[in-house]
Structures are given as C-alpha cells and as structure tokens.
Design a protein around this ligand. Sequence first.
Ligand SMILES: Nc1ncnc2c1ncn2[C@@H]1O[C@H](COP(=O)(O)OP(=O)(O)OP(=O)(O)O)[C@@H](O)[C@H]1O
Length: 575
Amino acid sequence: QLELRKMEHEFQDKQKQVRSIRTEQQMLKKNMTDIAQEIQSFTGRPVNQKSHNCRNEDLDWSSEDFPWSKKLKQTALEVFKIEHFHPIQLQAINATMSKRDVLLIMSTGGGKSLCFQLPAILSKGITVVVTPLVSLMEDQVLNLQQFGVEAHMLKADTSLDKVIDVYDSLKSPNPRVKLLYVTPEKISKSKQFMAHLDKCYKSGNLARIAIDEVHCVSQWGNDFRPDYKTLGVLKRLYPETPIIGLTATSTHKITADTIHLLNLKNSLVFRSPLIRKNLFYEVRAKPPTHKDVVQDMADTIKENFNGQSGIIYCISCRNCTDVSNSLARCGIKTGVYHARCSAKKKTEIHQQWLNNEIQVICATVAFGMGINKPVRFVIHHSISKSVENYFQEAGRAGRDGQPALCLIYFGFWDIFRQTSMVFKERTGIANLSKVVQYCHDLKSCRSGMLAAHFGEVLEQCRCSNLCDVCSGLQSMSSFTGSSKIFTQHDITEACKTILRMIKSNSRDGVRLTGIQLVGAAIQDAKSRKHKDTTLTRQHWQRIVLYMLLKGFLREDFHLTSRSTIVYLTYGKNVR
Ligand SMILES: Nc1ncnc2c1ncn2[C@@H]1O[C@H](COP(=O)(O)OP(=O)(O)OP(=O)(O)O)[C@@H](O)[C@H]1O
C-alpha cells in the first residue's frame, strides 16, 4: 500500500509538470503568433508560420498558471468588482486568451459577457462584439463605460463624427477602443466597415471577435437571423483572430450546425449545466375563464411574492393589456411592455419596474434580453412557441441565484392559437409540439425534460423537488401548495369516440376544431349513457392532446381572409 501511495504521489507530481510544460508550450505558441503579427503589421505581408502541433485540447483550461492569470484576477476585481469566476468562465477566458476559437453555452445570467469583456481589456487591440439587438448593445456599452472601459458601438443612427472616430481607431496602430459593438448587418452589408476591419486585422489589432446569441446562425433554432449566416465569412477573412460564440440555448444539433456555419473547425465547446438549481418549474392547468386565471395569478403572487418583482409573458399585445388591467383590479401594480408601446413608454415602464414602482410587467416576448434585476417569478399566461423560447424566457427569473418560480398556465385553446401563428414556420409545429409534450406530461421531472431537450443528463433523474412533478408526487409543492396526485384511466373507448366524431361529421361535410371536437365527444358520451360520461371536459381535452402527440390526430389548417382556423382530423397513425 505504501508503494502504491508513493507511486500515486509521483504520478500526480508528473501530471503537474506535464500541465505546466503544456502551458509553457502554449504560451510560446502564442508569443510566436504575436511576433508574427507584429512583423506583419510592419511589412504589411502575412508571415507563414509553421503549424506547431501542441495538443492543447489536454490543457487544464481552469488553471491559474497562465501568464495572464494574475492580471486577469486583478482586472476582474478592479474593473468589475468580481472576486470569483463562475464555473466555465475561467476555462472559456483562458481558451480565448490562448487564441482558440470557443463556443460557450451557459445558462441565462451565467455571466457570459465577462468571458469576452475581460479578455478584451487584457488583450492588445480591438474586440469586435456582434449582437443581435441594439437595446442589448446599448445596455452593455453603457455598463462598460460606467466601469471606465473604452466600449463603443456602431448602429444605424450613430453620428458621422462618431463613425469617423471609430474608423480612425480601427486604422490606428494603437487603437483607443477596446470593445466595438456592431449588429450582424454591419458585417454583412457595410463595405466601408469591413474595409476598416481589414485594416485593423492587417495591423494585428483585431484581437478577438465575440458573437453573442450565436445560435441565431442556425436555421434549426427559432431565432434564426439571415444576417448571422454571413458571419461565416469572418473566420475565412481573419483566420488568426480567435472567435468566441456565446449562447444560453443550444441543442447539440444547433451547436454542430453553428460550428459548421461559422467555420470553427477546431473550436473548444464549453457547456455549463443549463439547469439551475434555484428555479422551480411548474405547469398549471389553465382555468377556463380569464377572470379565474387572473385570480389564480394574483393569489399566487400575493401569497408568495409580496413586494417582489416578476414578469408575466402573454401571447399578444391585447392580452398584455387585459391581464395587466385585471391584475391591477386585484391590487397588483402592473405595467405593459410590447411591440406597440412607443420607445418612450417602454423606457418609462422598464424604469418604473427597475425602481420597484410597479411589481409586475405584463409583456410579450419583446421584453427580456439583458434584464439585470432580481426577478422572483416568470409566469407564462400562455405556452411559448418552442422549448428554446420558454427556457430563455423562464431563465430571466432568479438570475441572482436566489429561489424563483417559473410557471406556465397550460390551456387547451392556447395551443391552437399558437399553432395558427407558427404553422407557416419551417419547424414551427414540431417546436410547439415539444412544448405541448412538456406541459402535458404529468410523470416526468420537468428539469429532466428540459435538460434532455438540450442534450444534457441530470445527475439524478429527479430534480430534488425543483419541479411540480417531483415535489407534487411526494409532498406539497413549495411555491403553490398544490399536490399533484393523479389517477390512471383506460382511454381506448374515449379515443374511439373522438375518431368516430370526426368520421360522422366529415360525412356531413363538417370539420371540427379542437374545442368543437371535445364538445361533440362529451355530447356523444352523454347521449349514449357511456361510462365515459364520468370524464370531465378537462379529461377530454387531455385525451385529444394525447392523440395529437401520438399522431392519431393532426391539425388541418384553413386560411380565411382574417384568420387561420385549426381543424382536427385523422393523424398518420390511424389505420
Ligand atoms: N463571476 C461572477 N461573479 C459575480 N457576478 C458575476 C460574475 N460573472 C458575471 N457576473 C454578473 O452576472 C450578471 C449577468 O451576467 P451576464 O449579463 O454576462 O449574463 P449572461 O450570461 O450574458 O446572461 P443572458 O444570457 O441573460 O444575456 C451581470 O450583472 C454580471 O456582472
């Protein structure tokens, strides 16, 4: 045993030495690249560097032995007042500082921005940050400037003086600008900007390119932006400049697609656990009337979140106003935020919410990116159009690490409303069906389902009481006090009734919507004094959904001049 211990010690010692040699080797490589770039900036000609095959895949990216490690810690503290790095932050920072291409997948609020902001401050030259939203860009630039960092942005209404100032920096051998925020359109459409970026690269001053919300590059995601696709050109034009892509929501399929489209062949992928242990996921059957839904929301908020802030996501602008007005009548201070609000109104509401003058924002998905405020609950008045959307919206809760509730009201009618809105999108129905599956399931752990969707496996199959399913099966849910005990029922006859309703009505040339189909089935069961008369309307709705999810039913769309009607008909699995 003594011998074994001794060898173990020796082994660890050697491993330490190997790590240290690898780090040194990596540094030498970096210094050679820096010198080559300097030569290039003098001569204007690229230097042919031999490829040195040091296997830095094996490097310990969380090591604090890199040449910049000391300065990194110091700058994090001095500039951002950050004492410790979150998991994966240090790995991602070390990898991008070593000039590796990086894809960072980290949950909302995980601290992705720091992973390019800190390296930008520590590196020579300019870091270009591509962001999909101007509001996001404005927030970050303002924040950085408050920390005393030279951060700037180029957007459609940037003054000519400012543009010239930024272009001068891009041309300068010693640029003043450290971070330059641009939209993807700038890269795909502005020849002038690209000409200046070329100069910046040739003088060895294009330190890094950060692409925020990088999943927008893939058509498999639901946030696809055509201009993001053109970002693939960056690696071809600037092969020596490291790229770091950042996202909170990326399935394995989207990740692979992103790497391919951005030409990041040898990139390192860092993925932090997406499921946050402070979020409690719950799905609640939506009460049938608007009044009852709002009363249920008001009770939940008053009982659990006295004086604490939250967001309620609604399906439409009108819906936001209705919910907000009704909640106000229940004594809750609310405001609305949606696409039809003027920019002034949006800023005003956001500010009132930040100042705790209003407790709840009733918003469409237009609200949310870059929120920096403790949010104790995110309630979905209707289901989201995809799991990715839901995960991102719900993830705005509890970014401070404290417990928070993510609640969906799951209503039968809402599903067809969403279906009629997304059916023209390429993956619209498939994406929505995954959300319906998530809400319809009474047995599977919600965190587990979300984790599995993003290709992650939870250490335990149950989430230690962090969702209504796991806690409801054993005890009372901590947030809602509701116990979700359910019974099993043989629904063979009920399914046959549903199919018979479709058949008999179609013989008379009548098509049925989901709601009509449920009504017809209830009537039929009653008239035939069938044992299924014990089934409630909600049971019948669940049966219809089950049949939809299992392919026994499918939607049939009928476009009128004013709307799209969603009928239900036989699915592919009906023989
Ligand atoms: N290591 C850290 N310690 C403490 N606070 C941190 C740390 N890293 C980041 N933060 C803070 O966490 C907050 C969220 O960071 P950031 O906005 O970068 O998150 P994000 O991952 O980009 O989220 P989102 O996907 O919602 O944009 C910020 O206020 C940031 O200053």
